[in-house]
Write a protein that binds this ligand. Structure first.
Ligand code: UD1
Length: 432
């Protein structure tokens, strides 16, 4: 099992290229199930989750082909991968595959829409709360699906003649259930209206891709999406949008160490709220055509109060990283998590590095300390793991982050990107 060794090494300076977004790439790959023609995705990140989903999708009949490099491509240029589901060969997604990644549960939407049935294991994924599936079930039922849960599986069947357009108002914003309903409704008979839809940029990215494949979705970027069902979708080429979580994570790294780094290809409008919060810590942020420049030269990190919320609010996937940043603030910060219960698992590990954090309900109170000190720590989930790396960048001595496979799920070439701007970070592979 790999681990990362980090030593505090002063400021970060230079450029970090931002990769294609994992959370966009995954639903886009799943959308390839909706058409017999090829879907070519550009700017695909090299991530363990992408690899895992490839093998899950191939089980259903998706062939994939990594396309050749173009002139000017570098190690960090996203890949072009073509996905094609000429035929759906299996509508069953077994436990062994689905448990590794919650997003693979989302195949239920396209399988149901195109093949009329799906038998999908109840999901696994990061251990951040109970993550129920009631919203998936209710929204698919609104399209006429019959659903029963049996022995750890969700069995879904479309009515004869296929899914029907329907109307569903989400009682709670769900990114995954919005993705699934969008995909299913694209091939349903008639018009579907989704109210209180997730507005995350990755949802809009999926809707744009589906429209490029011939779907008729309007209301993109708003909470009400209208889908006129079509009988089939065709092939398309779509470029995955830049990863806003990777952007915010590296921005927090630079804010922590000080320095001056251009986050190339990053787009400020994908994470404006997080950038506004970061600015309150005394970090300078400059957004331009090339990307976002993050700068902090001397001066204290100022304390902040923030609360996670669905987009356009502060993303829950950046909560741990920003909490790590304010462990060194010159005062008391308050961090409130409203999306997931049990998403403070990093607190205990940050405490091992000397952070002073107390939790009451959904709010963590972080009292800034002058020094953090390196220690062995354990990555607990994908995003939380990055909080330990951020703390390690300024801790005295050596920080050893174990269970790095969590990070490999969602951060492309992490240690290469950080070393290139001056961090002292390297990976050690150990047996077992
Ligand atoms: C996606 C992201 C994840 C991010 C999250 C919230 C991907 C691959 N993952 O996860 O990184 O942290 O959005 O921005 O894109 N819920 C229900 N019932 C349901 C479904 C969800 O109660 O049927 C609840 C969840 O438990 C959670 C909240 O809704 O409390 C939001 O979850 P959701 O938006 O669905 O998250 P994911 O799509 O799993």
């Amino acid at each position: 099992m790999d681990k990362l060794i980090i030593r505090g090494n002063g400021t970060l300076n230079g450029e970090i290229p931002i990769s294609g977004a994992k959370n966009a790439a995954l639903p886009l790959m799943i959308a390839s199930l909706l058409s017999a023609e090829p879907l070519t995705l550009e700017n695909m990140p090299r991530l363990a989750d992408v690899e895992a989903l490839k093998s899950i999708l191939s089980n259903h009949g998706v062939d994939y082909r990594v396309m050749g490099k173009k002139a000017g491509d570098t190690a960090t240029t996203g890949r072009r991968i073509e996905f094609q589901a000429a035929e759906i060969v299996d509508t069953h997604a077994p436990y062994d595959l689905v448990r590794k990644m919650r997003a693979s549960f989302w195949v239920i939407g396209p399988l149901l829409a195109r093949a009329g049935e799906a038998r999908v294991s109840l999901p696994g994924g990061c251990a951040i709360g109970t993550r129920p599936i009631d919203l998936f079930i209710e929204s698919l039922q609104a399209l006429g699906a019959e659903i029963e849960i049996d022995a750890g599986y969700v069995n879904a069947t479309a009515p004869s003649g296929g899914l029907k357009g329907g109307h569903y108002k989400f009682p709670k914003v769900s990114v995954g259930a919005t993705h699934v309903m969008l995909m299913a409704a694209s091939l349903a008979d008639g018009t579907t209206i989704i109210e209180n839809a997730a507005r995350e940029p990755e949802v809009t990215d999926l809707a744009e891709c589906l429209n490029a494949m011939g779907a008729k979705i309007s209301g993109l970027g708003t909470t009400t999406l209208t889908i006129e069902g079509v009988t089939s979708l065709h092939g398309a080429t779509h470029r995955v949008l830049p990863d806003r979580i990777e952007t915010g994570t590296f921005a927090a790294c630079v804010a922590m160490t000080g320095g001056d780094v251009l986050l190339k290809n990053a787009r400020a409008n994908l994470l404006q709220e997080a950038l506004d919060v970061l600015a309150q810590t005394g970090t300078e942020i400059e957004s331009g055509n090339e990307g976002i420049r993050i700068r902090r030269n001397g001066g204290d990190i100022l304390p902040i109060d923030f609360s996670t919320d669905p987009f356009p609010g502060f993303p829950t996937d950046l909560q741990a990283q920003f909490m790590a940043l304010v462990t060194r603030a010159n005062g008391v910060s308050h961090v409130t998590e409203t999306i997931f219960e049990n998403r403070f698992m990093h607190v205990q590990e940050l405490a091992r590095l000397g952070a002073n954090i107390s939790i009451s309900g959904q709010t963590a109170t972080v009292t800034g300390v002058e020094r953090l000190s390196g220690a062995p720590v354990m990555a607990t989930d994908l995003r939380a793991s990055m909080s330990l790396v951020i703390a390690g960048l300024v801790a005295d001595g050596e920080t050893e982050v174990n269970r790095v496979y969590h990070l490999d799920r969602g951060f492309e070439l992490l240690e290469d990107k950080l070393s290139a701007v001056g961090a002292d970070i390297h990976r050690v592979s150990t047996e077992g």
